[in-house]
Design a protein. Structure first.
Length: 475
């Protein structure tokens, strides 16, 4: 069966037939194709192109096909090049020549564009559901270990102490932006191309808006040429998926390192780790590693589709057949990655004491100490230099900033070029240790955490509020 065979006198070369066949990929659109066909039949009936009995027979036949596909009983014919030909041939086998009326006013160009938009809308909703599950896992882990302290890092070097919950909530923010992007992608996919024909528009008075409403679309495409050649909505989905995978990959990278015994910050559940075929001691974070690699696969899908589109003149070109494989693969990878990362987080054990011990290294409270001096009148640049000297002294003595001898604190202040610092040094020898007590409080992990008390900061009260807000939003 060839829809297009009338002007052709010979058979298609098997090599060309195999090369152009898309059935193995686009059969995933079967249920969408049937839904669009039912809506199209009703549109033809409203336009007077089918009578009620014809429309009813076509819809019954299409419903039979839907049942067979849902039950996994439909027999796909690889000799028919795509999902559309398979379904039309199957319909003809069940109801006879009337099936030939189905394609009135419709091209495979607007047909596949409609099917793909229906599929992409569902994929956006599925991505949102999976992202919510991932966020719940992050929030749940943060709630279980809400008091855990870790060294926040820049340049992969200890920087300032932060709560683990605050760190995890950073990924919640990323996921929320991902959800926004998928919502935008769904909105842009939410116009029906059906009725655009091959490129010029259907040659019959079909009420496109009524057909679109039946399919749940918000409206119809405004230009028939654009409608059949547009795949921006596919790019939108894959771009959103690629960035979401980048976010997952960043977390996966951290979990790989944190689970290394040299860190010892987290322990992966056996259910989310694998062993070595040779080394009995190994416990490998393979799911996280594969998420990291599959992020590259989705980024590759985005590059593939952009490459397909960049040189295409209007309107439809057969190149667009290559849009489905990267789209379907990106969706599969994203949903699988979100699910496995959620499971990994839900079963993760955090070793809070190891994490806190790591936070005590690297002099991560230095900024809080500088801020304490600023609150006592010292200019920040002067405070920066003074605390840098204290860090050097503590490093030489092999102690933390909170254990630095009082005379070292006072000597640093006295030697400063900042007048306020020199006054503090004099006062510090007379106030019975009050200044030194305040400085050591700032140099303590909990004291340093408490000072970051701004909206969006890591102070425990702020993080508790952020956790409660996230939990309320996610349920």
């Amino acid at each position: 069966m060839r829809m297009w065979g009338g002007r052709f006198s010979g058979e298609t070369d098997p090599r060309a037939a195999d090369f152009t066949r898309s059935l193995e990929v686009d059969r995933a659109l079967a249920l969408d194709d049937l839904a669009a066909s039912v809506a199209h039949v009703r549109g033809l009936e409203r336009a007077g192109l089918l009578d009620a009995d014809e429309a009813s027979s076509l819809i019954v036949g299409l419903d039979v096909l839907r049942g067979e596909i849902e039950a996994g009983m439909f027999a796909w014919d690889p000799a028919l090049e795509d999902v559309h030909l398979n379904l039309e041939a199957a319909l003809a086998a069940r109801i006879g020549p009337l099936a030939g009326r189905l394609h009135t006013g419709r091209s495979r160009n607007d047909q596949v564009a409609t099917d793909l938009r229906l599929w992409t809308r569902r994929a956006c909703a599925a991505a949102d559901d999976a992202l919510v599950g991932f966020e719940r896992a992050l929030v749940g882990l943060a709630e279980r270990y809400r008091g855990a302290v870790m060294p926040g890092m820049t340049h992969v070097q200890p920087a300032q102490p932060v709560l683990l919950a605050h760190h995890l909530l950073a990924y919640v923010e990323m996921a929320e932006r991902d959800r926004d992007r998928f919502a935008d992608a769904r909105r842009r996919a939410d116009s029906s191309p059906l009725g655009s024909g091959a490129l010029a528009g259907a040659g019959f008075p079909i009420d496109r808006r009524a057909v679109a409403a039946e399919l749940g679309f918000a409206g119809v495409t405004a230009n028939s040429i654009d409608a059949v050649s547009d795949r921006d909505f596919v790019v939108d989905y894959i771009a959103s998926a690629a960035l979401a995978m980048v976010h997952l990959s960043r977390l996966a990278e951290e979990l790989v390192w944190w689970s290394n015994p040299a860190f010892g910050w987290v322990v992966l559940a056996d259910a989310f780790a694998t062993g070595s075929s040779m080394m009995p001691n190994k416990k490998n974070p393979d799911p996280a590693e594969l998420v990291r690699a599959r992020a590259a696969r989705v980024a590759g899908a985005l590059a593939t589709l952009l490459g397909v589109l960049k040189g295409l003149p209007l309107a439809y070109q057969r190149d667009l057949q290559e849009d489905k494989a990267p789209l379907f693969d990106a969706a599969s990878v994203l949903e699988g990655s979100l699910a496995v990362m959620a499971g990994l987080l839900e079963t993760l054990e955090v070793r809070s004491e190891r994490m806190r011990a790591a936070a005590r290294g690297g002099f991560v409270t230095a900024t809080a100490l500088a801020d304490a001096l600023v609150r006592r009148g010292v200019a920040f640049r002067g405070a920066h230099g003074i605390v840098g000297g204290w860090v050097g002294a503590a490093e030489a003595a092999g102690v933390g900033l909170e254990a630095l001898p009082g005379e070292s604190y006072l000597a640093g202040l006295a030697a400063s070029d900042d007048a306020a610092a020199r006054v503090l040094a004099v006062d510090g020898t007379r106030d019975g240790g009050g200044l030194l007590e305040a400085l050591r409080a700032a140099a303590d992990l909990d004291g340093a955490l408490a000072t970051c008390d701004v909206e969006g900061g890591t102070a425990p009260g702020r993080v508790a509020t952020a956790l409660a807000t996230a939990r309320q939003r996610l349920g």
